[in-house]
Write a protein that binds this ligand. Structure first.
Ligand code: XMP
Length: 520
């Protein structure tokens, strides 16, 4: 496996995963560690470079996250970003103070085109020594530590970037990881590829090759069980495992009757008999069981709990039929690792775990998580590498409890059918309008509201469908998308004409917060 590593040290800033993702986009592998991680441990990883992230604190305050001077004296290049830049100066004897005014938003910096960090930036800017960057800070570096020189400034910020080239130390006050920083990626590329000297051989085709070999070696002639949901992560995992170990893999796909229209069959056509992958595929049609358990239940948390528990029951029964397996495969990906506090420092509120508790219910010896180090976009690339169909690779996020949380109030087979049909029409029209990659998540939900309408000469008393479409980066906050009126009208008239039981279509324009993305 490729061992060229850059370590990202997390000081709690909101963009920290983004830093790591950008480094990976430079084809350099990196991992995020909390600032509390023992320096010895980091040394033993032999990183080619270290990046200190931003963070919400003031580095001169008592108890603020810090690091030792030794970190800067190991002969490994270090790049400090925002808080990381200030901390570097503070620890090495410079001075950081509170500015009279916060500098926030897009800002023009004047940089030294000869500095290694800014190589290529002036060409991209048409020969100028100015570029737009994203600033977000109160504190500023008022005096540099010995050996440093300023390589960029703004009207309000005397040190927007600094370097001590001989020592391999670099400090940037702004956020190159954020897309608003026009040449941010070039700057990070300059650091990891030119300054740290990483070769840039982190690529998904070689990941696939190495991982298949690793899986084969680890699994030997053992048996592997995977709960396949048809979502991106578990589908990519199934494909990868199939390539590595073929029929030693059994995938259990539970159709809980809360999937989107035709989804169960689509998953089966890819992974089932006659599909493109060599594996054992077990589909459990558990619709009736789920509807039975959900009858009369209206409270959203209760519904989620029932759906989650029932999944464990069904999966457990299937696992028992298969007997002891050696490995339970899980589609854990890097953000899960970081967000559950195992990697980084950033406090992220994560309440949606698909796999809570599962390992306790199945008889297995070891967990297998081959996608553990990948970001979502990398998982998608792996999916394309191994030949998964695009509709699976670029699938929208879909909640574990499925349509159960897109039907307000009681879930019934009839309501599931209504929301499936309406949602299918909506998705079809969004795709037809070429907007399917514009919106990060969009779907129809069934409100529990019925109202009087007229259809032909008759009065109706039918449901209102709510349409939702959001733009978001991290799904923690979101804004409603501005869907063109004509598209909304087409969707409305098709839903009302084609879906029985609906006489009104509403467009939900709430943002998150205060709304959530799902409607339940
Ligand atoms: P909300 O509605 O909380 O959703 O703004 C944020 C993102 O998470 C998805 N979501 C879930 N995913 N189990 C999941 O696996 C869940 O219970 C769940 N609830 C919401 C939602 O679709 C969106 O992408």
């Amino acid at each position: 496996m490729n061992k060229e590593l850059v370590v990202v040290i997390d000081f709690g800033g909101q963009y920290n995963q983004l830093v790591a993702r950008r480094v990976r986009e430079c084809n350099v592998y990196c991992e995020i560690y909390s600032y509390k991680t023992d320096l010895q441990k980091i040394k033993e990883m032999h990183p080619k470079g270290i990046i200190l992230t931003g963070g919400p604190n003031s580095c001169y305050e008592e108890g603020a996250p810090t690091c030792t001077e030794e970190l800067f004296k190991m002969g490994i290049p270090v790049l400090g970003l925002c808080y990381g830049a200030q901390l570097m100066q503070h620890v090495l004897g410079g001075k950081v103070e509170r500015a009279s005014m916060r500098e926030y938003g897009k800002t023009e910096v004047i940089f030294n085109p000869d500095a290694a960090l800014f190589a290529g930036v002036s060409e991209a800017e048409g020969g100028r020594d100015r570029t737009i960057v994203w600033m977000s800070h109160f504190d500023y570096i008022s005096r540099l530590a010995d050996g440093f020189e300023t390589i960029a400034h703004t009207d309000n910020c005397p040190v927007a970037a600094a370097q001590n080239e001989a020592a391999g130390l670099y400090a940037i006050q702004f956020h190159p990881e954020v897309l608003h920083t026009a040449q941010g990626k070039t700057m990070l590329f300059n650091f990891v590829r030119n300054i740290c000297g990483c070769a840039g051989d982190w690529r998904m085709d070689s990941f696939v090759e190495h991982t298949i070999a690793d899986i084969r070696q680890k699994v030997g002639d053992g048996r592997v069980l995977l709960a396949l949901s048809g979502g991106v992560d578990s589908s990519v995992l199934a494909g990868l495992l199939s390539k590595a170990i073929g029929k030693q893999l059994t995938c259990v796909f539970v159709d809980h009757g809360l999937l989107r229209k035709n989804e169960g069959d689509e998953v089966e056509s890819v992974f089932g008999q006659g599909g493109q992958f060599d594996l054992n595929f077990v589909r459990v049609n558990a619709q009736e069981r789920y509807y039975g358990k959900l009858a009369g239940v209206t409270e959203p948390e209760r519904k989620r709990k029932i759906i989650g528990e029932e999944f464990i029951r069904v999966f457990e029964e299937e696992a028992k039929k298969i007997g002891t397996v050696d490995f339970l495969a899980q589609g854990t990906i890097y953000p899960d690792v970081v967000e559950s506090g195992l990697g980084g420092e950033s406090a992220v509120i994560k309440s949606h775990h698909n796999v809570g508790g599962l390992p306790d219910y199945v008889d297995f010896k070891e967990i297998l998580e081959p996608l553990r180090s990948l970001f979502k976009d990398e998982v998608r690339q792996v999916g394309l590498e191994i030949g998964l169909p695009e509709h699976l690779v670029f699938r929208q996020p879909f909640p574990g409890p499925g349509l159960g949380v897109r039907i307000i109030g009681e879930v019934t087979a009839e309501k599931v059918k209504i929301v499936q049909d309406a949602d299918a029409i909506y998705r079809e029209e969004i795709a037809k309008a070429g907007l399917d990659r514009e919106y990060n998540q969009y779907f129809a939900a069934l409100t529990n509201m019925r109202s009087v309408g007229v259809m032909g000469d008759e009065r109706t008393y039918d449901y209102a469908i709510a349409l939702r479409a959001v733009k978001t980066i991290d799904f923690m906050t979101a804004e409603a998308a501005n869907i063109p009126w004509e598209v909304l009208q087409t969707v409305m008239s098709r839903i009302i004409n084609e879906v029985r039981g609906v006489n009104r279509v509403l467009y939900d324009i709430s943002s998150k917060p205060p709304g959530t993305i799902e409607l339940e």
